[in-house]
Ligand binder design. Structure first.
Ligand code: SF4
Length: 494
């Protein structure tokens, strides 16, 4: 029953998580995003191996696909004795604690530990991760003279091949040894974690911030209402309430507990006690900021940790599709324009040219949550200076139709406290099947669109045609819904 570094970190975040991962692993529900994150982590980790030039990789996999820890420990010792400068996945074990170091780099006087993350930023838990490694190595007699976290550099712009270096594709923290959790604490935590693994009694649930990203969340809150109907869902202190057995706004109000600012604000907005609210004057004011020609725009984007094209940065949202509805003047029917890139190559130039052709420079462009559309337009303008003047005019003309719902000028209870388009649309049009995104075939949301587009490259002709059809329906549906929402606002304002 070895305590690995990931088990140790699980324990630090939540002891119950460690216990469940050992005694009830079948209860874990890994989201598609988690599987994707794992794949990304492996890809980034593989690239980081080249940070110090040639390296020795001690990874040893058994026939069944599992890691052969004993062989890795042995190979690590051999590599150390042979004076290897950089060892990947260097394995060490001490008193039931086991760790693999992403990169162990030899320098004058000892070794540096490099822990590689595929994110753009470091998290507090990463410090525990490297503190555990540093503890195990020192106990094994390896002199650790430096500890670093490595992650992807947000400021890097791809030009040709990825540049595998610090200050280019990667960045690292300052040397961390002095700021690490003390060895004594690591030793105590490890002892408590090992004792917990010996105990067959399930620990009680203590909800905390890390629950949101935990594979056992569904298990821990079994029997409670679906999180999407929790009126407390947006409250930063919801974990505290949940630990006291309070799961809904109604239970909170009945409990006599003091209300925090977030809850008070929700009540102020009457999102719970009143069934519906329409502030005609404020809606009228909002509508007066729009003009004809009136357009409705939505982008679909893909995102990858490693910049896939020149000029792109890590985790950049790369647009590959848009839908645009246009009403030329009052009373006119909406026309529809759309663009979907070919699966191969960089989609951005063709998309930007098409956008400039389709969207009149004098059009008011409505988006639902305009921050996203504006950010995409800014990045396109930066990338294509010749198209920048037109793209920036379009950007300046973007208006956000989310505002009346976000500010509760228009609220009804079916929105369940949310102002996301996926809730607002079916709440406004409860009798229209097509307003509910669940009724779409194939692609139901941006994440699914983001997932399906890059996979089109490897699809058969038939599958690709089907994927294209689904993407076009989904994106067109998004802007058409926005048209209908605008029409509804006009109707209620009269
Ligand atoms: S859901 Fe929360 S309480 Fe349950 S195991 Fe995960 S982190 Fe712990």
């Amino acid at each position: 029953m070895n305590l690995s570094k990931s088990k140790y970190c699980n324990f630090i975040q939540c002891p119950k998580r460690l216990w469940l991962s050992y005694y009830k692993p079948q209860e874990a529900e890994r989201s598609a995003n988690a599987a994707q994150r794992l794949e990304t982590g492996t890809e980034v980790g593989d690239l980081a191996r080249g940070l110090f030039g040639p390296f020795v990789d001690v990874t040893t996999v058994r026939e069944d696909g599992s890691l052969d820890h004993a062989a890795m420990l042995k190979k690590t010792q051999e590599a150390l004795q042979n004076g290897a400068e950089t060892i990947c996945e260097a394995a060490f074990s001490f008193d039931g604690c086991y760790c693999q170091v992403d990169l162990l780099h030899r320098v004058g006087g000892g070794y540096e530990i490099y822990e590689v993350k595929s994110a753009n930023d470091f998290k507090e838990i990463n410090r525990h991760d490297v503190a555990f490694q540093s503890y195990v190595l020192e106990k094994c007699g390896v002199p650790v003279v430096g500890v670093y976290l490595v992650c992807l550099n947000r400021d890097y712009r791809r030009k040709g091949d990825w540049e595998i270096a610090f200050g280019k594709l990667f960045k690292r923290t300052k040397e961390l040894s002095a700021g690490l959790i003390e060895r004594k604490c690591v030793e105590e935590n490890a002892a408590r974690a090992k004792a917990l693994l010996q105990d067959t009694n399930e620990p009680r649930t203590t909800f905390c911030k890390s629950c949101a990203a935990c594979d056992f969340f569904a298990y821990c809150r079994r029997g409670a209402p679906d999180p999407s109907v929790l009126d407390l869902a947006n409250c930063p202190e919801k974990w505290e309430y949940m630990n006291r057995g309070i799961l809904t706004m109604q239970e909170l109000l009945n409990s006599g507990e003091p209300l925090n600012a977030c809850v008070k604000q929700q009540i102020e907005h009457a999102c719970f006690e009143r069934a519906a609210e329409i502030d005609k004057e404020k809606i009228k004011d909002f509508l007066s900021t729009l003009w004809y020609p009136l357009g409705f725009l939505d982008f679909e984007t893909m995102q990858s940790a490693l910049p896939p094209f020149d000029g792109a940065h890590t985790y950049q949202q790369i647009p590959f599709q848009y839908s645009f509805h246009l009403i030329g003047k009052e009373g006119e029917k909406a026309g529809h324009f759309e663009f979907l890139a070919e699966a191969e190559g960089d989609p951005r130039r063709a998309l930007a040219e098409s956008l400039v052709r389709d969207i009149p420079q004098d059009a008011c462009v409505i988006a639902y949550n305009m921050k996203f559309e504006r950010a995409v337009l800014s990045e396109l303008a930066e990338l294509f200076p010749d198209l920048a003047p037109s793209l920036l005019v379009i950007r300046e003309n973007v208006r956000d139709i989310m505002i009346p719902f976000q500010r509760r000028y228009y609220y009804n209870r079916a929105m369940q406290g949310s102002y996301s388009l996926k809730y607002v649309s079916p709440a406004l049009f409860p009798n229209e099947e097509e307003a509910d995104y669940h009724n779409l075939e194939g692609v139901h949301n941006g994440s699914e669109a983001m997932d399906i587009f890059p996979r089109m490259k490897t699809m058969s002709e038939e599958e690709r045609a089907e994927a294209k059809k689904q993407l076009l329906i989904y994106c067109g549906h998004d802007t058409w819904n926005t048209v209908k929402i605008w029409q509804e606002l006009v109707r209620v304002s009269k």
